[in-house]
Design a binder for this molecule. Structure first.
Ligand code: ITT
Length: 204
């Protein structure tokens, strides 16, 4: 019997967002996976109408370029009083996290209803460029009057999670994972992750 240890199954995280990559690093740490970055300069035209479509575009592109299994996340914040904006345009809303927060707080100023929802769509593409799994999950909350907390990334300091009294930026990593759109979507993805690890290992 061979006592050679099998190499971990490679999975490309098709994202250039450092905050997301850090969260996925933690979420995926218990799996026997070799987490890879996309090639430098990896850019995709995110022209889908929905989070699911954009996650699919990113995952398929990363798999096509690398020839490996790929996981992508498309996420964003939809604000009720702004007719769902910034929504799928959350990253294009302004040039930096700070400017995105400032713009959102300004645009929401005239409204009393500060209800908002984070969405995360995750897609895994096989190395053969087929959609293997797609999931979507949400986290409901309100936009605060100003930033609170120092953790997390992106819009975290101005998104207070319903029933907690805390913004994502005021939660530790584990608490954010429990309540967040990404944490919930990841839970839905886990059966597919087990399956893909088995498929990759069996094919080696
Ligand atoms: P990739 O497409 O390369 O993954 P991106 O930053 O462009 O990176 P998206 O197109 O999915 O990602 O845009 C998501 C936007 O929503 C972006 O501005 C994020 O910072 C923000 N966002 C997503 N999840 C978030 C979270 O958990 N907390 C705070 N902001 C978040």
């Amino acid at each position: 019997m061979s006592n050679q240890k099998k190499a971990n199954a490679p999975l490309v995280i098709a994202s250039g967002n450092a905050g997301k990559i850090k969260e996925f690093g933690k979420l995926l740490s218990k799996y026997s996976l070799n987490i890879l970055s996309p090639p430098s300069g990896f850019e995709v035209d995110e022209n889908g109408q929905t989070f699911v479509e954009n996650a699919r575009i990113k995952a398929l592109k990363a798999a096509e370029i690398t020839g490996k299994w790929a996981l992508a996340d498309d996420s964003g914040l939809s604000v009720k009083s702004l007719d769902g904006a910034p929504g799928v345009h959350s990253s294009r809303y302004a040039k930096s996290d700070q400017q995105r927060i400032t713009r959102l707080l300004q645009e929401l100023e005239p409204f009393n209803d500060r209800t908002a929802r984070f969405t995360a769509a995750l897609c895994i593409s096989s190395s053969q460029n087929d959609v293997f799994c797609e999931v979507e999950a949400h986290c409901d909350g309100v936009i605060t009057k100003g930033p609170r907390g120092t953790g997390g990334f992106g819009y975290d300091p101005i998104f207070e999670v319903n029933g907690t009294g805390l913004t994502f930026a005021e939660m530790g990593r584990e608490k954010k994972e429990k309540f967040s759109h990404r944490g919930k979507a990841f839970q839905l993805l886990e059966p597919a992750l087990h399956e893909l690890i088995k498929l990759i290992n069996d094919s080696n």
